[in-house]
Design a protein around this ligand. Structure first.
Ligand SMILES: [Zn+2]
Ligand SMILES: [Zn+2]
Length: 363
């Protein structure tokens, strides 16, 4: 793990490492354990299938950073590249992590259009589901996405005020990921891989609880979150106080490179490198099930069935709209080739129709 530290005064984002070499500090850790960078071209070892999960620990909250002003160290990450074959007996649990209340135009662009005969149409406020997927697997349990941080709200909340206003979370106190997994008797150390579809605040809010897991993220997404953090740019869906906490904890990041092919994370669970579209670097997952159609977890690469079409409809939030359209085409081709269902990121009727973890699972 290499940490580059700069701008210790927490001041201007114009202060770069090159401008102020005296402020740059590089730390190298090469102990071959957590967060270590392997020699170039080497493969990171994945524990064998027989490795028992580590003892369960409690869900430890992390105190919120005092402010985002003192943002300092940005860790660089490295990809894990170790596909391996194991058992295909897996169970997928659908976790209901509450809802976001927002204007429908964010989901489907131009849902509300003013016209001469209707110059001020009312906006449409909708409650969209927030979800995560827990896969019990003999070769290591996998979590796809983590929802919002429980302390997202308030003046000292993780989210900046603009996000709190535009996308408030609607849900009971127990709708957040730690509560949901705890109710299933699962501790954070029982999750081997935490796959982040991307790092927006409604998907990456609970990363910090998984201090022993591999945190799998697209390299371009990690770079984007780190860049917004370094610039103190609070205008995006990255919650910089969440980012600050990840950095302080030195988590066990595993990047997926831009050019890396799709590959099995564990047998029956394929990591999909979806690239730029909704955000800078999207990951999806395809899960092979014995008693159900295969499932593609699309996350925000496709918000809803309405976006999926055909015809496709663009989302209201897109980093790369052409990439987003291409990604939906690619997901459609994969779904057809693999007889897979596509589970969208925030589709209200589809999510209501799914069996939730409190009711059972998919296998
Ligand atoms: Zn998003
Ligand atoms: Zn989302």
């Amino acid at each position: 793990m290499k940490i580059i530290e700069f701008g210790k005064d927490g001041g201007s984002s114009k202060s770069t490492a090159r401008d102020r070499p005296e402020r740059m500090k590089i730390l190298e850790f090469g102990d071959g354990v957590r967060g270590a960078r392997p020699p170039s071209g080497s493969k990171i070892e994945v524990r064998p299938a027989s490795t028992a999960p580590q003892a369960e620990t409690k869900w430890e909250p992390v105190p919120a950073p005092a402010s985002s002003a003192g943002l300092a160290a940005v860790p660089k990450t490295k990809a894990s590249r170790s596909p391996f074959v194991g058992s295909r007996s897996l169970k997928m649990h659908v976790l209901d992590l509450g809802k976001l209340r927002l204007d429908k135009n964010f989901m489907v662009a131009n849902s509300t259009v003013a016209m001469a005969k209707n110059p001020n149409p009312p906006g449409k406020l909708i409650d969209i589901p927030v979800s995560a997927y827990y896969i019990e697997h003999p070769d290591g349990n996998v979590l796809f996405d983590t929802g919002c941080h429980p302390d997202w709200a308030g003046p000292n909340g993780r989210w900046p005020q603009n996000l709190q206003d535009v996308f408030p979370v609607i849900g009971p106190d127990d709708c957040y990921l730690p509560h949901r997994l705890e109710a299933m008797g699962i501790g954070p150390n029982q999750i081997r891989h935490v796959v982040l579809s991307h790092l927006h605040c409604d998907h990456a809010g609970c990363i910090e609880f998984f201090r022993k897991s591999n945190i799998v993220v697209h390299e371009d997404e990690f770079a984007a979150a780190a860049t917004h953090y370094a610039k103190r740019d609070h205008s995006t869906p990255y919650a910089l106080r969440d980012v600050e906490t990840w950095i302080r904890l030195d988590l066990n990041w595993r990047e997926v490179g831009r050019a890396e092919p799709d590959r099995n994370l564990v047998d029956g669970v394929k990591l999909l490198n979806l690239g730029a579209g909704h955000s800078f670097g999207m990951l999806g997952m395809m899960v092979s099930l014995r008693d159900h159609a295969n499932v593609i977890l699309a996350s925000d690469a496709c918000y809803t069935a309405e976006n999926y079409g055909p015809p496709m409809k663009p989302a209201g939030i897109s980093y790369d709209s052409i990439g987003a359209a291409r990604t939906i085409q690619r997901i459609r081709s994969m779904a057809e080739a693999n007889h897979a269902e596509v589970w969208f990121g925030h589709d209200i009727p589809q999510f209501e129709s799914l069996r939730k973890a409190s009711e059972g699972w998919y296998e």
